[in-house]
Design a binder for this molecule. Structure first.
Ligand SMILES: Cc1cc2nc3c(=O)[nH]c(=O)nc-3n(C[C@H](O)[C@H](O)[C@H](O)COP(=O)(O)OP(=O)(O)OC[C@H]3O[C@@H](n4cnc5c(N)ncnc54)[C@H](O)[C@@H]3O)c2cc1C
Ligand SMILES: *[C@@H]1O[C@H](CO)[C@@H](O)[C@H](O)[C@H]1NC(C)=O
Ligand SMILES: *[C@@H]1O[C@H](CO)[C@@H](O)[C@H](O)[C@H]1NC(C)=O
Ligand SMILES: *[C@@H]1O[C@H](CO)[C@@H](O)[C@H](O)[C@H]1NC(C)=O
Ligand SMILES: *[C@@H]1O[C@H](CO)[C@@H](O)[C@H](O)[C@H]1NC(C)=O
Ligand SMILES: *[C@@H]1O[C@H](CO)[C@@H](O)[C@H](O)[C@H]1NC(C)=O
Ligand SMILES: *[C@@H]1O[C@H](CO)[C@@H](O)[C@H](O)[C@H]1NC(C)=O
Ligand SMILES: *[C@@H]1O[C@H](CO)[C@@H](O)[C@H](O)[C@H]1NC(C)=O
Length: 597
């Protein structure tokens, strides 16, 4: 069945029940774990598509109150952290959103309709490998589009899809620790590890690691998971400068490939697939069920947490950013990493040189920003703490419970350290920040991770693998290992933005992306999990040409029928832009491109 028509008749026939439709027999195979996906805000609307809908007042009240909370969006199959995964970006009518500018969020006035947008039609609550195998078989037989949702944090519109069947892996919550570990089929012991089910979030993983006197290197947000999109996209974290990226630390994946086979993939079994999973991206090579990550012994950490008041002017933010730019290389060389922003710096350091002298060296390293912040009415805390969990619990966790419900997007460019070494380089970076300012990106809102494997890359052999070196190395853009900042420029579209407003925002974002590419030079790359989904040159910029070619070859080998496909993922073709499958992105993409023609 090739056209989309049979898909719709199948959709309809599922409601019938009396006749055994393919959908109901799939549901039987899945033990009843096939469900209809509906938009989060549906209970607040009187119309759903062209049908009347019964409003559920009390459910609607909860949704309005919790509209931006990570927990609600992670635990609901048909809802996603970022609104671009729910709205059909190219068609502003096609969405089911409420007003996120007020709290509780309010229902649009007038007779508005809840439309499905890019939310999948059905989802499978994945419980085991057999569920995934059944989904692949069904997708192939009936030409059904598959998408994969885990925590739903993706910015790139890759975790959802109109008219798709979604594999929801959130409930795979197994966790185990092992003091020593030999990947299946290997001989070498890789030391202490945690095997983390794909649905387990960073917060849970951090607590579990601490119970075993360990630290796991994970994302900054408590609700991003560690074993799926994060790690397959590189996986940066504030301790990555010293301990490496997620891809440097993962030693094994349990995955179901599109042929329905469950595999333990590591340096010794399917080593080329292992390489591909270490940076090739989520949603591409199969459905991961869990991953095993090396962990570090718990150590004290130096922590610098310096903030300006939120109401500073753009000029004060620029003067502040100048200091960050001037100091950053020294910090990086001393093993510090974390985040910098228009109103703050948050940096971490696990190296004994910084942690054994009772904060003296740490305070000396951050004297300039501390003085600046205090002179401008800000706050500063530079000290050594007992371990990661203490900092996580006291300072980080309280901040991050309401990061969802926005159409936030950014651009990403990995900046080489030499830009930070000279006054000319500093001036170029500041010039970039000012260019972005003219495009609508206020320097006060500037935010950039300093979480490249900067120290790790200089102390370990992390040369990306090549054909004579299969199974070692990673497939992320090699620029990760020769960069200091992961420069971002971020903004968002209004929940109810018109097509022209969306195009305006994305055109400006793309102009900023191009300026960042000019700043970083041709050998730099992009963190594709936090990239501008509408910029061009993505193959080269996300992976580098050599990695891309090899990743594509591996993709074709493990997914010859193309059962998995996502926006600008490995195997995405130029002609897919204009296809029905990607029509929520396609029109905007063509218009953004036209703006630069
Ligand atoms: C608030 C916030 C903070 C963030 N912080 C960081 C950070 O500190 N460091 C960092 O590196 N990134 C960060 N990110 C980006 C994050 O890494 C990506 O959004 C990542 O894709 C999330 O992966 P996920 O599996 O949790 O989410 P999802 O959105 O569910 O999935 C992401 C991608 O992986 C695919 N996928 C999901 N599950 C599976 C599976 N089981 N098998 C195969 N493919 C799968 C999806 O189809 C999609 O393409 C952040 C994002 C947000 C929204
Ligand atoms: C699948 O079966 C379960 C259990 O019988 C049922 O609750 C569910 O609604 C069915 N799914 C669909 C999409 O009909
Ligand atoms: C809202 O829509 C319903 C059904 O489509 C219609 O009967 C009603 O008149 C509309 N109300 C307004 C205020 O437009
Ligand atoms: C910022 O707000 C504080 C009070 O919260 C006020 O004292 C200060 O003057 C404000 N600064 C600017 C630049 O507006
Ligand atoms: C470390 O510094 C703190 C305050 O700066 C002080 O109270 C404490 O006694 C010092 N500890 C040691 C071992 O020097
Ligand atoms: C885009 O940038 C231009 C200046 O180049 C600015 O005038 C316009 O307001 C910006 N548009 C948006 C949507 O930010
Ligand atoms: C591939 O790796 C080997 C050793 O790991 C190295 O000798 C060789 O130069 C590399 N080839 C390329 C093209 O990078
Ligand atoms: C979007 O909603 C806001 C209220 O949140 C309103 O002020 C604005 O006019 C609306 N914009 C459009 C394009 O409808």
């Amino acid at each position: 069945m090739k056209s989309s028509e049979p898909f719709f008749s199948l959709l309809i026939s599922i409601g019938v029940g009396v006749h055994a439709s393919p959908w109901s027999s799939l549901n039987e195979t899945l033990g009843g774990r096939l469900r209809v996906a509906t938009p989060l805000a549906l209970p607040c609307f009187t119309k759903y598509g062209d049908k009347p809908n019964g409003v559920d007042e009390s459910f609607c009240t909860t949704i309005r109150e919790e509209w931006k909370t990570n927990d609600l969006r992670v635990s609901t199959a048909g809802s996603f952290m970022n609104l671009q995964s729910e709205m059909c970006l190219s068609d502003p009518e096609d969405q089911c959103l409420i007003d996120n500018t007020v709290s509780p969020a309010s229902i649009p006035s007038g007779n508005s309709t809840c439309n499905q947008g890019s939310i999948p039609s059905y989802y499978i609550q994945v419980a085991c490998a057999e569920d995934v195998a059944a989904a692949f078989k069904f997708a192939e037989e009936y030409d059904i589009r598959l998408t994969i949702k885990n925590s739903g944090h993706d910015f790139m519109t890759r975790n959802s899809g109109k008219h798709s069947l979604s594999l929801w892996t959130h409930h795979l919550q197994d966790l185990s620790y092992s003091k020593s570990f030999i990947p299946q089929g290997c001989r070498e012991d890789v030391g202490a590890v945690m095997t983390v089910g794909v649905g387990v979030d960073g917060n849970t993983a951090h607590y579990f690691a601490d119970e075993h006197d360990s630290m796991i290197i994970g994302p900054y947000s408590p609700t991003v998971t560690v074993s799926a999109g994060w790690v397959m996209g590189g996986g940066h974290g504030v301790l990555a400068p010293v301990y490496g990226l997620g891809v440097d630390r993962v030693v094994e994946f349990r995955i179901v490939t599109p042929d329905g086979v469950e595999r333990m993939v590591n340096a010794c079994q399917d080593p080329d697939l292992f390489w591909a999973l270490r940076g090739g991206g989520g949603g591409t090579f199969g459905v991961v069920l869990s991953a095993t990550h090396r962990v570090e012994p718990k150590v004290p950490l130096a922590f610098a947490d310096i903030h300006l008041p939120p109401n500073i002017t753009a000029d004060t933010a620029l003067a502040w950013i100048q200091i960050l730019v001037e100091e950053s290389l020294d910090w990086g060389q001393a093993g510090w990493g974390g985040h910098v922003g228009g109103t703050f710096v948050t940096h971490f350091n696990p190296l004994p040189t910084l942690t054994r002298d009772n904060s003296t060296a740490a305070r000396a390293a951050f004297r300039r920003p501390v003085d600046f912040a205090l002179a401008h009415g800000g706050t500063a805390n530079v000290a050594v703490y007992t371990g990661w969990l203490e900092i996580w619990e006291r300072f980080l966790l309280p901040l991050d419970g309401e990061q969802g419900g926005n159409a936030g997007m950014g651009s990403s460019r990995l900046l080489p350290p030499d830009l930070f070494a000279t006054p000319e380089g500093h001036a170029q970076i500041l010039e970039y920040i000012r260019t972005a300012q003219t495009l609508g990106f206020d320097p006060v809102n500037f935010y950039t991770p300093v979480s490249t494997p900067f120290t790790y890359g200089r102390i370990k052999d992390v040369t990306p693998a090549n054909d004579s070196d299969v199974g070692r190395g990673t497939s992320v853009h090699p620029a990760w290992y020769r960069s200091l900042w992961h420069l971002q420029t971020i903004g968002s579209m209004a929940w109810n933005s018109s097509y022209a407003q969306r195009l305006g925002f994305l055109t400006n974002l793309t102009a900023a992306t191009r300026a960042a590419e000019g700043l970083a030079g041709p050998y730099a790359g992009t963190h594709f999990n936090e990239a501008n989904p509408f910029a061009d040159g993505w193959r080269e910029s996300y992976w580098g040409g050599e990695n891309y070619e090899r990743l594509l070859e591996i993709k074709k080998r493990y997914d010859p029928k193309g059962l998995l496909k996502c926006w600008k993922c490995i195997g995405f073709e130029d002609e897919d832009v204009a296809s029905d499958r990607f029509r929520c992105q396609g029109k905007l993409q063509e218009d953004v491109q036209r703006a630069f023609a």
